[in-house]
Design a protein around this ligand. Structure first.
Ligand code: SAM
Ligand code: SF4
Length: 331
């Protein structure tokens, strides 16, 4: 489906839970999140139905996210069922990696080949600090396991946070020298009511790229970005095994190539990550709507997609339009 700004919408991110086994301070409020009631979370059959209908109107890629998707019981079996949806040709997963090692083989068998792992520090103490007690070793073991099994690409996502991990930028960059991973720096977005103050912690990817470029020769890995590429600008350190990506929603907006919708765990279809505008699918679904009605609602969400997100580019002057916490949206 093409939206009113001529963008092809072919990608759906599906949050299967708002629960998480970590408490990242940039993602969740200090007092914790109020969780969605069990009955309000979409059942797997309901998600399968929505995806089947979305695939019928042009969605060909689905990413499973959360909260932490691997904490929802039956996640691997659900993904295996999703794999047989006609029209879908790509199923991927975003995880914090804590439970990845035990689930990796089952995920691969279920059809996930592409995986994103969030990892904001390579230092065990700092990792525990930012995640509210997470075990870095578990994540490292998960990454090693997906590498051993043959997932590709393996993307390591780092949210760049001033005063927290700016001293680890070169460590992350050098990880891409040694390993065939895509190491991607993501700019911190002012979303929700997190424990960490976003506005004073924003670190532009321009600075990160310059820092890495002052130590190594960076080559473009995917040429000039086209409308069909994801939001990351990809580079490679000359001779490196992997790549380095920059996802820069603030310093280098990529809304002109936005191809996505987001389904929240309680069945709302969000039209933009950074706006709370959405279309409720759960109520109509539970009130017995037809497949054609559901397709119309999905088209309505596509029609509502804004030309660009509402966060201003200048540091510290963000206009917040998204009050939902990132853990309830899925990133
Ligand atoms: N729990 C899984 C994980 O951490 O990968 C999936 C859900 S998490 C909400 C998805 C992604 O959003 C993670 O990579 C996380 O680092 C990122 N994220 C959360 N809050 C963010 C923020 N304020 N700005 C930028 N990225 C954020
Ligand atoms: Fe959980 Fe992911 Fe949010 Fe961290 S970023 S609290 S792992 S949902």
């Amino acid at each position: 489906m093409i939206d009113r700004y001529n963008r092809e919408i072919n990608y759906l991110r599906v949050s299967i839970t708002d629960r998480c086994n970590l408490r990242c301070s940039y993602c969740m409020p200090k007092e914790g999140v109020s969780l969605i009631g069990h009955d309000d979370i979409l059942r797997y059959e309901e998600i399968l139905r929505i995806v089947r209908i979305a695939a019928g109107i042009g969605i060909s890629k689905v990413r499973i996210t959360g909260g932490e998707p691997l904490v929802r019981r039956g996640a691997c079996d659900f993904i295996a069922s999703l794999s047989s949806t006609e029209g879908l040709n790509d199923i991927s997963l975003t995880t914090n990696g804590i439970l990845l090692e035990p689930f990796a083989a089952k995920l691969f068998a279920a059809g996930v080949k592409r995986i994103n792992i969030s990892l904001d520090s390579l230092n065990a103490e700092k990792y525990a600090q930012i995640t509210g007690g997470g075990d870095l070793n578990a994540v490292i073991a998960g990454i090693a396991e997906v590498h051993r099994i043959g997932f590709s690409p393996i993307k390591i996502n780092i949210v760049a946070i001033k005063g927290f991990n700016e001293d680890e930028i070169m460590d992350f960059a050098e990880l891409s020298l040694r390993k065939p991973y895509q190491v991607r720096f993501i700019e911190l977005m002012d979303v929700g009511r997190p424990a960490l103050d976003h506005s004073s912690r924003y670190l532009s990817n321009t600075i990160i790229r310059e820092l890495i470029g002052s130590h190594y020769r960076l080559e473009r890995a995917n040429g000039i970005r086209t409308k069909m590429d994801g939001p990351a600008e990809m580079y490679r350190i000359a001779g490196g095994a992997g790549e380095i990506g920059f996802i820069s929603p603030l310093s280098q907006q990529f809304c002109d190539s936005c191809n996505r919708l987001r389904l929240t765990a309680n069945g709302h279809l969000r039209v933009c990550l950074l706006s709370d505008e959405d279309v409720d699918l759960r109520e109509p679904l539970r009130n017995g709507c037809s497949d054609a009605d559901l397709a119309e609602l999905i088209k309505r969400a596509i029609a509502k997609k804004p030309i660009q997100h509402a966060l201003a580019c200048d540091e510290g002057h963000h206009i917040k339009k998204c009050m939902k916490d990132m853990s309830s949206i899925g990133g």
